[in-house]
Ligand binder design. Structure first.
Ligand SMILES: [Zn+2]
Length: 305
């Protein structure tokens, strides 16, 4: 069963991209109407549609498909999914809107940046421009009585990243703003691809903590309690990575050496190592693209004050 109830009115669907479990989640918020938060990539949309069917969602009831940002693993499937829901509008950061309407460039850049992983996710289909809402910080979208999603701009991981606050359960859909939560071992690892902005990511984590959430809904992966502690832990981890990268770069060391030091000094990464190594996506990203993103930031901007 890939559908589970995670809170009042909220369900989670494991989209099981390429058969990988517990990696990409889509969420369903149910009121009189329905909102879907995150779609996962295009290659796993059929799994998501099956899950939505299992939940008995009537296509006309879906009023919003909200995505945290346009990376393929979060929104690559939105153009395919929206065909199933004739009344749904897509909520995306205003800086991401044009890329959903015309995803060719996004696809080309993703193939260059991700290589084989882009092929696992599949090519995104365009979203009709008149069905896209270019969202801004603070906008609220009503789904039912006392049920709404409030947009919280949380840039850093990407320049076009949004989180969504759901007041009834005091939870936040964090996209990639709070890292990757490896639920099975209760560990967070960074997702910080270039052009990652550490300064902005830390400000976003503060902004999320200021909302005093009880729970976080990670796209990667699942619901976590102790939300504020999780946000603080992630902020500390990012600072640790930046400090290690700065010291190494100052000594003229390369990325491999930075990764080796991170794997040695970050207890969370140490604990996650076995899991990362055998994971088709995380094996290629955590200690490679994410380390590169932090190193690039430190090179360009130094350590955040
Ligand atoms: Zn992302």
């Amino acid at each position: 069963m890939n559908v589970s109830k995670v809170n009042e009115h909220i369900f989670m669907i494991d989209v099981e991209v390429a058969g990988i479990n517990h990696f990409i989640a889509s969420y369903v918020v149910m009121g009189e109407n329905v909102a879907i938060v995150e779609t996962g990539p295009s290659s796993s949309i059929q799994n998501l549609v099956h899950g939505l069917t299992d939940l008995g969602i009537e296509p006309d009831k879906v009023s919003f498909i909200a995505v945290s940002h346009i990376h393929l693993d979060h929104a690559g499937g939105v153009g395919t999914l929206i065909k199933h829901f004739p009344k749904a509008k897509v909520i995306v950061h205003e800086r991401g809107a044009a890329h959903l309407a015309n995803p060719e460039k996004l696809w080309q850049q993703s193939r260059m940046a991700l290589g084989e992983i882009a092929e696992i996710y599949g090519e995104p289909e365009p979203v009709p421009a008149d069905r896209i809402i270019a969202a801004k910080d603070g906008m609220t979208f009503e789904i039912g009585k006392n049920i709404a999603l409030k947009v919280v701009e949380t840039v850093g991981h990407a320049s076009h990243h949004l989180s969504y606050f759901e007041q009834l359960n005091n939870g936040i859909f964090v996209g990639d703003a709070a890292g990757i939560y490896l639920r099975d071992i209760d560990v967070i690892v960074p997702t910080t691809p270039s052009p990652f902005r550490l300064d902005m990511a830390l400000a976003s984590l503060n902004k999320l903590a200021d909302l005093k959430p009880s729970v976080l809904y990670y796209t990667h992966f699942g619901k976590a309690e102790n939300a504020i502690e999780k946000l603080c832990t992630y902020a500390s981890q990012l600072k640790l990575w930046a400090n290690i990268a700065k010291q190494s770069l100052d000594m003229g060391e390369d990325l491999e050496e930075i990764s080796r030091k991170i794997a040695e000094k970050d207890e969370a990464v140490k604990k996650a190592m076995k899991h990362i190594k055998v994971h088709r996506v995380l094996g290629e990203t955590v200690l490679k693209t994410s380390v590169l993103g932090v190193a690039d930031f430190v090179k360009n901007f130094g350590l955040p004050t």
